[in-house]
Design a protein around this ligand. Structure first.
Ligand SMILES: [Zn+2]
Length: 155
């Protein structure tokens, strides 16, 4: 990173911190030559992916949208911000692993559901029911019963 004043490439990072929901890194730098102080912001790379909707409509993958849906399912649930960010990273890695540059919204939903299942059981049920991924009412009931059973066992 070159100094914006003297253009020297001898700049030193004095501080790094996460900002913007943890998806960007702010670095404070000092130019070693002219002593100018400045900050840079590095954005985390955005997944280059096309999502194919149920009706065949295509749109660019949107991280904000993904996060909104997951946050909604986690309403009133306790979780750590760090864990949440790890969850998002894991989901995006899974999306990438799926290969290619297109994914159906159904595949995307399945990946989220799979990750949510091990993250938060309640959020998992909420998310899955919103996205109608349960085959039928029976499957939904079965999952709900399994969850309730687990809760009772913990007592
Ligand atoms: Zn400088």
């Amino acid at each position: 990173m070159n100094c914006p004043v003297c253009n020297s490439n001898n700049t030193k990072v004095v501080d790094s911190r996460l900002s913007g929901e943890g998806f960007s890194i702010r670095r404070r730098r000092h130019c070693q030559k002219c002593k100018f102080r400045f900050s840079t912001i590095e954005e985390m790379e955005i997944l280059d992916l096309i999502v194919i909707k149920r009706d065949g409509h295509r749109e660019n993958y949107n991280r904000d949208k993904l996060i909104k849906g997951i946050v909604k399912s986690l309403e009133k649930r306790a979780y750590l911000e760090d864990d949440f960010q790890k969850l998002i990273r894991e989901i995006e890695r899974d999306l990438q692993k799926k290969g290619g540059n297109e994914i159906t919204s159904k595949q995307l939903g399945e990946i989220v559901i799979k990750r949510l299942k091990s993250f938060d059981q309640v959020a998992y049920i909420r998310y899955a029911s919103v996205y109608h991924s349960f085959k039928d009412v029976k499957t939904f009931q079965k999952e709900l019963n399994r969850l309730l059973k687990q809760k009772n066992n913990k007592k």
